[in-house]
Unconditional design. Structure first.
Length: 175
């Protein structure tokens, strides 16, 4: 007897120059792609993480996520409420939870995150966990910068990171 093959539903968000593939499992949002990445890169990531799943485009099932992400990108929303399905090691999960605690419009360094999770000597491991974050924007890894204040790597690209940080800073000024 064969089990039921899981399905990952996907859609696309387009905002200005940015085009992002997004995906969800039955439990919640599981991936937000990087701007400018191809559909092949998007599917390769999902097949690596969910090897037995089939992919199915379904704009309707992802509509709520698209609305929340679009509202964020437009500057009218600062938090996210819909369920997520973020899979990672316990250390990655701990790091990603710490990212979600960085206030909107603020930045932390990698060492701040390492200290926050009680692992001050694990700065490189924290950086690796942040780089593996599957949920750009909703798990705000764009809010992590170098200890000296420099812009550091970002899976979404440095232009997108700058856009997100500028968006948040501008929104706080307008409040």
């Amino acid at each position: 007897m064969t089990g039921i093959q899981p399905v990952i539903y996907w859609s696309i968000i387009e905002h200005g120059q940015w085009k992002l593939y997004i995906a969800k499992t039955e439990k919640g949002l599981c991936y937000i792609g990087s701007p400018g990445k191809s559909f092949e890169e998007f599917t390769a990531y999902l097949q690596k993480r969910f090897p037995s799943a089939s992919l199915e485009k379904n704009d309707r099932l992802l509509e709520g996520y698209k609305q929340e992400l679009t509202a964020y990108l437009e500057g009218s929303q600062q938090t996210f409420s819909l369920p997520v399905d973020v899979q990672g090691t316990p250390f990655q999960q701990q790091t990603w939870r710490a990212l979600k605690e960085i206030p909107y419009g603020q930045t932390f360094s990698y060492s701040n995150i390492a200290e926050h999770i009680g692992r001050p000597s694990a700065v490189r491991a924290v950086a690796t966990a942040i780089g593996a974050n599957p949920l750009l924007i909703t798990v705000p890894c764009h809010r992590v910068i170098g200890k000296n204040g420099t812009m550091t790597g970002y899976r979404g690209g440095l232009d997108f990171k700058r856009f997100l940080l500028d968006l948040e800073t501008q929104n706080l000024k307008e409040e």
